[in-house]
Design a protein around this ligand. Structure first.
Ligand SMILES: [Fe+2]
Length: 318
């Protein structure tokens, strides 16, 4: 596979959220996702939780990951040059179920429509915009242990919305570096799809020159990045070389994230993207299927500080 076709679909979406408890309860109890891993951010000097949610095995493009930031006191600023909303795929026939469920859980929501798709918009407890999009034929397997019947369950990611001041540099990046194809326009929004296209591959750009620049730090209330699946470390190496060869030099080295290996790129529109290769063991690399996502896993990079990290992090009841 050449670097020009390497980006397959989303791998995971990563958000900076509020308290660890409300983050955990929202994703597992309201949305009915599985906790597939409880660990901490591999970077920095002050421990921050890193919670992963997804389907039963945490397969690619079903994963949302969250850094609950409240304990750190660091708050993000929404704005341009940032992913401003995430969308998740649910069966089209389940939208009525979800309206009722969100109302019962005390989550304000509204109906919307964009690119001809029916949307329920709401916010997570940290104020990040989520959209549920009704999709007729998404064959990704939902998690069924979280109280949401399979016929209604979340299938995985659908798309992201990137807020940009102007479209041109983002179009160049999507066309030349990220094997994206522009597939639609709706008002001030332009849709790109990667790989084979469809749900789980979508990047929408919303153009708004009046917005100030949003934060790039880990800060509560903002989306940090979108990771995209690539098939192998060899392809990932090619992607990095290809992007750098185009002149986009803001590309990281490969980083071992325990469950996958990541190369990050700051896109010219401002959003942070990641090209990600899953490890063959996936989320079973450090715990059994039966225990998956249950107990806190100390990141290997902080193994010598395990006791202190566990003591420092705020308690999480589950
Ligand atoms: Fe990531």
């Amino acid at each position: 596979m050449s670097a020009s076709t390497a980006i397959r679909r989303h791998h995971h979406l990563t958000l900076c959220t509020g308290t660890v408890q409300e983050d955990y309860d929202f994703h597992t109890k309201v949305l009915g996702l599985k906790s597939v891993k409880k660990t901490a951010l591999y970077d920095g000097t002050v421990p921050i939780y890193h919670l992963y949610y997804g389907n039963d095995l945490g397969e690619e493009s079903t994963i949302l990951t969250c850094f609950p930031m409240r304990q750190s006191g660091r708050v993000g600023r929404k704005g341009s040059g940032q992913i401003s909303a995430i969308s998740i795929s649910v069966p089209e026939s389940s939208l009525g179920y979800w309206r009722t469920r969100l109302t019962e859980q005390g989550i304000e929501h509204h109906d919307d429509e964009r690119f001809g798709e029916k949307i329920i918009g709401f916010q997570n407890p940290g104020g990040i915009d989520y959209e549920m999009v009704g999709i007729a034929d998404d064959d990704r397997k939902p998690y069924t242990g979280g109280g949401v019947p399979a016929e209604f369950g979340i299938r995985g990611t659908h798309g992201i919305t990137v807020s940009v001041a102007a479209l041109e540099t983002s179009s160049e990046f999507m066309d030349l570096a990220w094997n994206g194809k522009q597939t639609a326009e709706d008002g001030n929004a332009v849709r790109y799809e990667v790989g084979e296209g469809g749900t789980g591959t979508i990047v929408d750009f919303k153009v708004d020159p009046s917005l100030r620049q949003g934060t790039w730090t880990f800060g509560e209330g903002t989306v940090h990045h979108c990771a995209f699946q690539v098939d192998s470390l060899e392809v990932q190496t090619d992607v990095k070389a290809h992007i750098e060869g185009l002149g986009f030099t803001d590309v990281s080295d490969r980083k071992d994230r325990g469950y996958f290996e990541s190369v990050y790129v700051r896109t010219p529109g401002g959003a942070l993207f990641e090209a990600t290769v899953s490890k063959p063991e996936g989320f079973l690399i450090d715990e059994s299927y039966e225990n998956m996502g249950k107990d806190f896993q100390v990141p290997p990079v902080f193994a010598d500080q395990a006791a202190w990290i566990k003591e420092y992090l705020e308690p999480l009841n589950y």
